[in-house]
Design a protein around this ligand. Sequence first.
Ligand SMILES: Nc1ncnc2c1ncn2[C@@H]1O[C@H](COP(=O)(O)OP(=O)(O)OP(=O)(O)O)[C@@H](O)[C@H]1O
Ligand SMILES: [Mg+2]
Length: 313
Amino acid sequence: MDLRFVVLSGKGGVGRTAVAAAIARAAASAGKRVLVAQTDAVERLGKMLGQPGPIGATVRNVAPGIDAVNMTPRESLHQYALLVLKYEAVYRALFANRAVRGFLSAIPGLDAYAMLGKAWWHTTETGFSGLKYDLVILDGPASGHAVAMLKIPRAIIDATPGGPLVKDARALCELLADPVRTALVVVTRPEELPASETRELVGAARRDLRIAVGPVIVNAVPPDRLSHGAAATVLDRFVRGPTGDPRLDATIDIAAGARAHSETAERVIASLRLDPGLPLILLPWLPSTDLGAPEIEKLAGALTSALDRQQVP
Ligand SMILES: Nc1ncnc2c1ncn2[C@@H]1O[C@H](COP(=O)(O)OP(=O)(O)OP(=O)(O)O)[C@@H](O)[C@H]1O
Ligand SMILES: [Mg+2]
C-alpha cells in the first residue's frame, strides 16, 4: 500500500482487472489518491468500480479517491507527443503525415511503450498540492507482453544517444528498479496453467527485468467445504457408485467436481508456496459471473486483511 507504482500482470482472464479495482478500493479506503491505468483493456473496470458506463481513454474520477483511464496507444502517443512538441498544430502537422504514421507503426514496442510511459508520467503528475496520485496501478498486459513492455525503456537507453526520450526512459527505469516505489504483482488462479505461467513470469522478471517482484495474488480461491467435516462424510458415502436416483447422482457429480476443484487449488497453492521469495495473497472466489462494486469491496477487504497479517512479524 505504500508503493507508488504497481504493475499487474499474469495469464489472460485470471482477474488482473478485478485485482486492480480491489487494490484501488483498498488504497482509497486507506486515504490514498489512486489512478488505475488500463492498457487498452476489454471494458470491465467501469462496472467493477460502480460506474454505469465504460472508463474511456481520458482520465476521469470514478469513485472517491479513484481516477481511471483505459489507455490506448494512439491517445497515449498523442499526449506524449504534445508534452514534447508543446503545440497541437505541430503535432497535427507531423502526425497527420502518412509517412510519419507508417514509420511509427513499424517501430516494435512503440504502442506498449506509449502506454507504459503514460502510466509513468502520471506517477510524476502534479496537482494543486504536490503529486496528484499516491499510487498508480497499471492494469498491464498478459505475461509475455508485460515482459516485452517492461524491457523497452532499457532498450531505448541502450540504443539512443540522448534527448528527451532517453531522459524519460531513464526516469522510468529508475522507478521500475526501485523496490520502495514499484512492484510487479502477478495475479494467478489456483489452477495448473495460470500457476505455471506465474512461475515463468516471475522467473523472467528475476532474470531479465530490473523490477521487484511483489506478492503473487492467487485470485478466486474456491471455498473448501467438501474435504472435511459433515459434508465430506456424506459425499464420501455416495460418491462410490450410482444411487439409483438420477437427480441425486447429478448433485453428487457436481459436489465431487467442486471438491476436485478445491483440492487442485490446495495443491497448486502448496506448490507456489515452495518458492520462499514469493509471498502469496489469497483472494476468495465469489459466486458471481460478472463482478460489480459490492464484490470488489469484498476482494478489497480480503486484500487489506491479508496485507495486515503479512505485516505481523
Ligand atoms: N474472485 C473472483 N471470483 C469470481 N469471479 C471472478 C473473480 N475475479 C474475477 N472474476 C471474473 O473472472 C472474469 C475475468 O476477470 P478480469 O476481467 O478481472 O480478468 P483479467 O485478467 O483482467 O482478464 P483480461 O485478460 O480479459 O483482461 C470476469 O468475468 C470476472 O467477473
Ligand atoms: Mg483485464
